[in-house]
Design a protein around this ligand. Sequence first.
Ligand SMILES: *Cc1c(COP(=O)(O)O)cnc(C)c1O
Length: 359
Amino acid sequence: MKLFTIGPVQMYERTLEIRSQRIPYFRTAKFSRMVHETDLILKEMIGTDQKSKTIYLTASGTAAMEAAVTNCFSSCDKLLIVNGGTFGERFVQIARHHKIPYEVIKLPFGEVLSEQHLCNYLGKGISGVLVNLDETSTGQLYDVSIIRSFCKKENALLVVDAISTFLCDEYHMDDYGIDMSIISSQKGLCISPGLSMIILGKKALQKYSENQQYTSYYFSYEQYLRDVERGQTPFTPAIGTLMELYDILTYVKQKGLGTHLEEIAAKANHFRSRMKGLHTHLYIPSYPLSNAITPVILKKANATQLIATLSEEYEMMVNPTGGEMGNQMIRVAHIGALMAKDYDDLADAMCNVLSKEQV
Ligand SMILES: *Cc1c(COP(=O)(O)O)cnc(C)c1O
């Protein structure tokens, strides 16, 4: 089965090799050195100062979203959440669950986030903005500059869920004015699930230290911040996934981040141009897209049916879509160990299914 899905992805052979190794004991100087080196490259790649701090959580991305929100905000804050799909909605649910006051920019499917949306919230006492820069459920890549300028005017903390944009699109945390970045192992990093990282810039560290309300023992930043100084985590981490992380980061660094991003963009563009040939059956939405994933809207066919046929008859797994677009839209990822030829095969398979079988 070939995975055209965004998490987990079609992993690289080198990652599979690491996965097959014995898990070492981790309270050792050698393991600490690996974590330190990983951390150095991670900060370099995400575009932040080495003085920023990383929280290494053994948990899925949602836990990192929750930890980011609860460690830095409380009932004294007011959040602004960009909700343009299922991951934006998740931030809303987290804020609601923890009784942190919030406002929501609810984007209907297909609408592009603009300055206008943010303007309505100027002078409303917003102290933090939460945004999934690539809203993976639609593939819309938001314009970070408009969010940044809002945060600057309001002196609000900018918290970015970069889970599916980091290592897929250009991302420069400090240059973009991002105070806290959230990433997770199974998406852009292309490794196993289990590990999520929160990278805190200076302003986020300050906001965290002023926040008096801790709501969790396991997810409180305190012990993580202390232990990361010596290349450790307070609790047993996903050791194997951390080893994969070290490997993938050194690999991308050797190859060059620019080259890596160009390869992904080339795969995305190739697939998108192949889809133009199928315009009688489908189209790609017109909003700005991340290179991570291509949303494809079917004009007549049923998406669930197409996904099942591709999987059963062609051994190709593409992403379904949650929510209102579920029956109409499939999503195809462009990361991991897939080549242009794989996208040709997928386009051919889609053409076969859509024209012959009329699913
Ligand atoms: C995948 C994803 C998450 C986290 O999902 P988990 O299943 O908890 O790992 C969060 N935000 C975005 C944008 C994602 O793509």
